[in-house]
Design a protein around this ligand. Structure first.
Ligand SMILES: N[C@@H](CCC[C@H](N)C(=O)O)C(=O)O
Length: 279
């Protein structure tokens, strides 16, 4: 029997952090292969692989690796905390290390594996000035001039955080799209609805820019923890209960640390036909 040869394709990994899921492409040593069309096609859960974000690993100078993020609508994301934790775990295993440094659009970050096996990343200091988030005009980021009195925080990407009595009761798919495109956010925004459970615990549901409802959002959890502390609702260290599980957020002097589980689900290969169809 003749064996059918598989045309050469593109290797990828499927990973997730609390159900926030990613396709990861390791492009170290050869340069980026991702385009908006490829990200959109791959992100399609029926015709592609499906993901919330695509993360591409690239070479770095002066750090262990560079990480670029794409949303499932083909747009770029400046930060993705859960993918950063997943990919850092993969790189740490490859290098036989328990800590790495990486470069993202917002600069150099550190990640490490704790003794309990959970993976932490320092997402850096939050951006609380209106121009940094960015917002379209000079308003108070702690009390945005929008219905519901939300807070704006940047974590390398924009977040609009609403504190509500019951996050479960929010019609996320009903209100998410319009809020994502609110004119106060010229680059669109991620949208968070949080309820205070205790001074060290929040319930969080997220509508992500470029991806819609996700089971968890790392940068959104960091932004929400910062907003809650600045509003006087919580301390600097909180647990965030997302739909997919719980993240630990700790806003320290050197930045906002986020800790949680990671999972490497499977490895696959994109066919040459799929790649050729989405240049
Ligand atoms: N899931 C991510 C955040 C993804 C980025 C976002 N959709 C954007 O466009 O900014 C996380 O874990 O941080």
């Amino acid at each position: 029997m003749t064996q059918k040869m598989r045309p050469s394709g593109q290797a990828f990994m499927k990973m997730h952090g609390l159900g926030n899921d990613f396709v990861v492409i390791d492009s170290r040593g050869r340069g980026s292969v991702t385009t908006p069309a490829l990200a959109r096609a791959l992100g399609d859960r029926n015709r592609g692989v499906g993901f919330d974000q695509l993360a591409e690993i690239l070479d770095a100078t002066g750090a262990d690796f560079t990480l670029d993020f794409w949303n499932s609508d083909g747009s770029r994301a400046g930060a993705c905390g859960n993918a950063t934790r997943c990919v850092s775990d993969y790189v740490m295993r490859g290098l036989g290390k328990d800590a790495v440094t990486l470069v993202t659009a917002r600069g150099e970050l550190q990640a490490l594996r704790r003794a309990d096996g959970l993976v932490s990343v320092n997402m850096g200091q939050p951006q609380t000035g209106w121009a940094e988030v960015p917002l379209a005009s000079a308003v108070d980021t702690l009390h945005l001039p929008m219905a519901g009195d939300p807070v704006a925080v940047g974590m390398g990407n924009p977040h609009c955080i609403f504190f509500v009595p019951d996050a479960e009761a929010v019609d996320l798919s009903g209100v998410g799209p319009a809020l994502e495109h609110d004119p106060l956010f010229p680059q669109r925004t991620n949208v968070e609805f949080a309820s205070v459970i205790a001074p060290d615990r929040l319930r969080l549901r997220v509508w992500e820019r470029g991806a819609g409802i996700t089971l968890a959002c790392g940068s959104g959890s960091c932004a929400t923890a910062v907003a809650a502390h600045l509003r006087g609702l919580t301390g600097r260290r909180v647990l965030i209960d997302a739909d997919g599980g719980t993240l630990e957020i700790d806003w320290r002097e050197d930045g906002v640390w986020m800790t949680g589980p990671v999972a490497h689900v499977f490895d696959g290969v994109l066919t040459a036909e799929f790649l050729a169809a989405h240049p």
